[in-house]
Unconditional design. Structure first.
Length: 719
């Protein structure tokens, strides 16, 4: 292993909660250092203070869920390893007497096969140990549970050529203490926000080396603060928008090319005076924007050009493609491609710091395989992948640089086999379709093209069509339907309690022929409403759809591809997330996992049909699952299929979430009725939990002791 130019500073980072949307903070940022923490000048707060870097529980030190076998299904073996090249990287240009000038060469290109410890704290120690074999004169430490702090600390560590390690807010993890003692730094830089780090952490760090506390405001002021510590002049700056995932790519590219990186609020109409001053202070004449116009807008671009910079843009439709474009900026001779799953901000920052310090390229990929552009760029550079993350987040296929094109069929086959094995142990017959929303693009279909009775899942189509009219302005949520209830009221109860009466109201208001035409025009040609007289129930109208259509519909809804704007899309998804029938797909996933679903049940000639379609937002993967079970299928069967699919994508887990049988509670005291709008049957006291069994427009049927009564749903709330 040959040494790469790097400093030996350790940086510990925490940020004060401030707005992440205002770019211009006014006065120039500053920092002071002392052997022990003291009050230091802080960067002026942004215009609209709001939480920007509150610690989150992401990636706790406890092990991740045990992954299922499927993600590593017969991963394409890695080619026979060849000796890693050991290029000597020239030090960053700068003045020898600059406060943060890069010191003697210290970092080396890691030879380890993976930096994959169970938690980010141990991973940061392993990353440091793999790259700084001879110690470091300076080190950078960041709060592992924060969002912004690690990214700012990564920029500083890469700029210094220093290791970055993570701490908790209350204590320095033992693995990190051990590594800091091994490094023997002369200085530890703590990038911190007021109140985020306890004195015990500073005491521990101060017992190892002198501590400098760098206090910053938002991500924008923090990035400018790092830029202000640049030890010399550069010819160009890599610039990204506010994304904390794009910024590490700029950090790595800048370090590899002897340039600088800056994160800005690219949504502004123009670069702020502070940003322009910071860029000009670097001596740069060229700005390379990493990102599309969605991250750094055209007007922001033009303002930089107007300020005298030569501006170019490197963009891609995906973050993975952008990372490949950023890696392409790297000079020839890279030995490793630092690979990170962008789902983890802590790993993204750690990867950026490691790539920057060792002058190696960095790229993003999904957990189960390598995206095609990244795979091709890695192969073109003849670089060996170095996954930064546990195997749960980056499987063996990633370490082997196996493309998703190669790996996807194996994953799909594994998923299909797992579902078939579950079905084989159950009664009934099933149509099942799975579509991953996340970027590996896995899918499978078992009888998914069979046109079947969908029960109440058909209501999703009616809700979508109605919201399309609202969006075009030909209707509103206050539009009165034939029943006298508003469209908004009927949409709510149709999805929330699966009310059949409002379903009929909406279908006849829109028109059965119009609905079928809309479904066909949007590509759902296997989905149709049956013909019934106007005003009649559509429950047994002969409606038909497929799990292929339903799953594609919900995936398109989630991705904003169904012609609904963000407001209407969120409206429908929120209704699906709050509906009260949760004993099918939702009962096959762990507690704490978000889902949005629309189930159904209906007696047909072969018995009780059970169905459900849901989006499941798993820890590692988001997917859509649609199931229609017939010939006496059960809710438990659907929950079992749900568990199998969740395990394939997100790993095995213990008990599934248990939902209360009494789904709702009286928000206030309300009169109970003998029927919908019927005579009084007493008062349901506020705070009383009840089990809903049926609905008729706004009236919900429920058990009160052994009696079945009705109550106005507007007086209830979900438990």
């Amino acid at each position: 292993m040959s040494a790469v130019a790097a400093g030996a500073a350790v940086v510990v980072a925490l940020l004060v909660p401030v707005s992440a949307t205002a770019e211009d903070a006014g006065s120039a940022p500053s920092a002071t250092s002392s052997a022990t923490p003291s009050a230091t000048p802080t960067a002026a707060p942004d215009d609209s203070p709001a939480p920007d870097d509150s610690p989150t529980p992401a990636d706790s030190p406890s092990p991740a869920p045990t992954p299922s076998a499927s993600p590593d299904v017969t991963a394409t073996p890695a080619p026979t390893a060849t000796p890693l090249p050991s290029p000597t990287v020239a030090p960053r240009a700068g003045t020898k007497d600059a406060a943060d000038a890069v010191t003697a060469a210290a970092a080396v290109v890691p030879t380890t096969s993976r930096i994959g410890d169970a938690d980010v704290y141990a991973r940061s120690a392993s990353a440091s140990r793999s790259a700084f074999t001879s110690g470091a004169s300076t080190a950078v430490v960041a709060l592992g549970s924060a969002e912004v702090g690690p990214a700012i600390a990564a920029a500083l560590a890469a700029q210094l050529g220093a290791p970055m390690l993570y701490t908790t807010s209350t204590a320095v993890p033992s693995a990190v203490v051990t590594e800091l003692k091994r490094l023997k730094p002369a200085k530890i830089i703590v990038v911190a926000g007021s109140g985020h780090i306890r004195s015990a952490v500073y005491t521990t760090l101060g017992g190892i080396a002198g501590v400098e506390k760098m206090t910053v405001g938002s991500r924008f002021t923090g990035s400018r603060l790092v830029l202000s510590r640049l030890p010399g002049k550069v010819d160009a700056v890599y610039l990204t928008g506010a994304s904390l995932r794009s910024y590490p790519l700029a950090i790595a590219a800048a370090a590899a090319t002897g340039r600088a990186a800056l994160l800005v609020d690219g949504s502004r109409s123009a670069a702020s005076d502070s940003t322009v001053r910071a860029l000009k202070a670097t001596g740069a004449t060229r700005i390379v924007i990493l990102g599309s116009t969605a991250s750094v807008g055209s007007s922001f671009y033009r303002s930089l050009a107007g300020a005298g910079f030569d501006v170019v843009r490197k963009s891609s439709e995906t973050l993975y493609g952008l990372s490949a474009a950023a890696a392409k900026q790297h000079p020839a001779g890279a030995a490793r491609m630092i690979m990170v799953n962008p789902s983890s901000l802590a790993d993204a920052a750690l990867g950026g710091a490691l790539a920057g310090a060792t002058r190696q390229p960095m790229a993003y990929t999904v957990y189960a395989c390598v995206q095609s552009q990244v795979q091709a760029q890695t192969a073109a550079m003849n670089a060996k992948p170095l996954p930064v993350g546990a195997t749960y987040w980056l499987t063996a296929a990633v370490a082997a640089n196996t493309s998703c094109t190669v790996q996807r069929p194996k994953l799909n086959a594994s998923l299909t086999a797992a579902i078939n094995a579950t079905i084989a142990n159950r009664g009934g017959k099933y149509a099942v379709t799975v579509r991953e929303v996340s970027d590996t693009g896995q899918s499978t279909s078992i009888r998914g093209s069979s046109r079947l009775e969908p029960a109440s899942m058909m209501k999703l189509y009616a809700a979508w069509a109605a919201l399309r009219r609202v969006q075009t302005g030909t209707a509103s949520l206050s539009t009165k339907l034939a029943s006298g209830y508003t469209l908004g009221t009927c949409l709510r109860v149709m999805i929330h309690a699966s009310d059949n009466y409002c379903h009929a109201d909406i279908v006849h208001w829109f028109g059965i022929g119009n609905l079928n035409h809309a479904l066909k025009r949007w590509g759902f040609s296997n989905s149709t409403y049956g013909s019934v007289p106007k005003g009649a129930s559509v429950l047994y109208a002969g409606n038909r759809t497929t799990t292929n259509d339903l799953s594609r519909f919900v995936k398109m809804l989630r991705n904003g591809e169904l012609g609904l704007d963000g407001k209407r899309k969120s409206y429908l998804l929120d209704l699906m997330g709050s509906q009260i029938w949760t004993s099918r797909i939702p009962s096959g996933i762990p507690a704490g996992v978000k889902q949005q679903s629309k189930p159904g049940a209906l007696w047909i000639s072969t018995g009780l049909l059970q169905a459900d379609t849901a989006i499941v937002y798993g820890k590692r993967s988001t997917y859509v699952l649609s199931i229609i079970g017939y010939d006496d299928a059960s809710k438990a069967d659907l929950a079992a299929i749900s568990r199998t699919v969740y395990t394939h994508f997100n790993g095995s887990f213990g008990k599934a979430k248990v939902y209360p049988a009494k789904q709702m509670v009286a928000a206030k005291s309300v009169t109970m009725r003998t029927g919908p709008g019927g005579s009084s049957a007493g008062t349901l006291k506020a705070g009383t939990a009840i089990e809903i069994t049926d609905a008729q427009r706004i009236w919900y049927k429920f058990y009160f002791g052994s009696r079945l009564l009705w109550v106005d749903s507007r007086a209830l709330r979900n438990r």
